[in-house]
Ligand binder design. Structure first.
Ligand SMILES: [Zn+2]
Length: 193
């Protein structure tokens, strides 16, 4: 990340004769107050030149994924995770999202296409399911699973097509699909028999 460094020595304040004189003499209370205010001002200025850090718009999805993991006693290592909204997820491919698991020397990575119709027009169910699918690749190391449940429904949201339909059909189904994401051996639920 780019960081704009503000160099105190360039301000001239710390090296100014006025300041050094204060060190040699007994400093009156009023003057020490002025120096304090000056230091405050300059520390404020330092903040002012630092780049404004935009909140990551995908952070809420990660937080909710981590909450679900915690409920199920699954520990997730998010160190170094790259979580970004980009114009192109992968050059030459029209992908809505991409999840790469941690590899030696490479952090886990989730990229979502912010200008693609799937994301722009996607419902909250779709967006949630997409992010959970990509976290499945990136943070759980899961591969695609196009299996079906006995009633023909998708076995997993790790299905190649994340349509949002699995997260959309009520609490009971949502719970199954999240259970299955963290534990692929989750038994077939009653509604799918
Ligand atoms: Zn996938």
């Amino acid at each position: 990340m780019k960081h704009t460094h503000y160099n105190h020595s360039n301000s001239g304040i710390l090296m100014s004769p006025m300041f050094t004189k204060f060190h040699g003499k007994k400093m009156p209370l009023r003057n020490s107050f002025v120096v304090f205010i000056l230091m405050l001002l300059f520390s404020c200025q330092e903040d002012a030149v630092a780049p404004v850090k935009e909140p990551n718009p995908l952070m809420g999805y990660l937080e909710s994924f981590l909450e679900e993991a915690e409920k199920r006693g699954v520990e997730i290592d998010t160190s170094g995770l790259v979580l970004v909204l980009v114009d192109v997820v992968y050059p030459g491919a029209s992908l809505c999202g991409l999840g790469n698991k941690r590899l030696p020397g490479l952090p886990p990575e989730v990229r979502i296409c912010k200008i693609c119709a799937c994301w722009v027009n996607g419902t909250s169910y779709y967006r949630n399911e997409l992010l959970f699918h990509e976290f499945g690749h990136a943070l759980l190391g899961r591969l695609h699973d196009n299996g079906k449940l006995p009633n023909g429904s998708k076995k997993s949201i790790m299905n190649e097509s994340a349509s949002g339909s699995s997260f959309w059909q009520g609490e009971e189904r949502l719970k199954y699909y999240i259970d299955e994401l963290f534990d692929p051996s989750t038994p077939v639920p009653d509604w799918a028999k």
